[in-house]
Design a protein around this ligand. Structure first.
Ligand code: PLP
Length: 259
């Protein structure tokens, strides 16, 4: 069967992040993309103007339709918006048991728009982290999940085990928000192997990089790569796609070039 990956995430009407980025990343990896839309954003390169969350029963119907027909190699979770959506997604994953779950704990957009309700953080910790094969937080998201600051590389290294204590199998902590000179250091830990992936900082304000990274990891897992290699290849993919990124709107942000 053709490899299939499912994204359960938010839609970005501006085509740069969310479901739209996920499907482009899946396609670029030769993986058939399925989507269950958990939230809709009215959005462009200048920001988010409105959010609509469809009923949880309709989200569940989308997820069930995908699992009822396709052999799903990996699920990517992105913007889930509310505690109610998180519970619906956790229930669906517990019943369908996909082989891999990549959890991007989306909370706040680079533009500052809030993409997760405050009271949903605890549901994210208790319901979704235990179901995640790999959690891919950026620094602010890791700080909110842990309830403490991460100020340097050694705090970041410690955060890997502390995040795994919530029950996820592995963590890829993205280093883009940390000042480590002209390099970006992403840190990976799964309790057996630790790794750091280092690349040059690209001086572009990118939109949709986190979504794309998590989707590329999911696609690589569908293609049979082991987890650390799936993460490393996905980081390289985002680096290349961002380097050739372009500005499709009047805002300052660039979107990734997937092809
Ligand atoms: N919109 C949606 C639907 C998203 O899922 C995300 C991030 O995950 C964003 C916007 C924000 O993207 P960025 O912070 O890369 O601009």
């Amino acid at each position: 069967m053709h490899p299939c990956a499912l994204t359960i995430a938010g839609s970005d009407s501006g085509g740069g992040a969310g479901i739209q980025a996920d499907l482009k990343a899946f396609a670029a990896h030769g993986v058939h993309g399925l989507s269950a839309i958990a939230a809709l954003t009215a959005q462009n390169t200048r920001g988010v103007t409105a959010v609509h969350v469809p009923p949880a029963t309709f989200l569940r119907a989308q997820i069930d339709a995908c699992f009822d027909d396709f052999e799903i190699g990996a699920v990517k979770l992105g913007m889930l918006a509310t505690a109610g959506v998180i519970h619906a997604v956790a229930d669906a994953l517990e019943s369908h048991k996909p082989p891999a779950v990549v959890l991007d704990p989306v909370m706040v957009a680079t533009s500052g728009a809030k993409l997760l309700a405050d009271d949903a953080l605890e549901a994210m910790r208790t319901r979704l982290l235990p179901l995640a094969t790999v959690l891919t937080p950026n620094l602010p998201e890791a700080e909110l999940l842990l309830g403490r600051g991460i100020h340097d590389g050694s705090d970041a290294a410690d955060a890997l085990d502390q995040l795994r204590a919530f029950g996820c199998q592995a963590v890829l902590l993205k280093g883009g928000h940390l000042d480590e000179g002209d390099r970006v250091v992403d840190r990976y830990g799964d309790g057996h192997a630790d790794a750091t992936f280092v690349h040059d900082r690209i001086d572009i304000e990118g939109h949709g990089t986190g979504c794309t990274l998590a989707s590329a990891i999911a696609a690589n897992l569908c293609l049979g790569l082991p987890l650390p290699a799936a993460c490393e290849a996905a980081i390289d993919y985002v680096f290349r796609a961002l380097r050739s990124g372009y500005k499709p709107g009047r805002g300052t942000v660039a979107v990734l070039d997937h092809f």
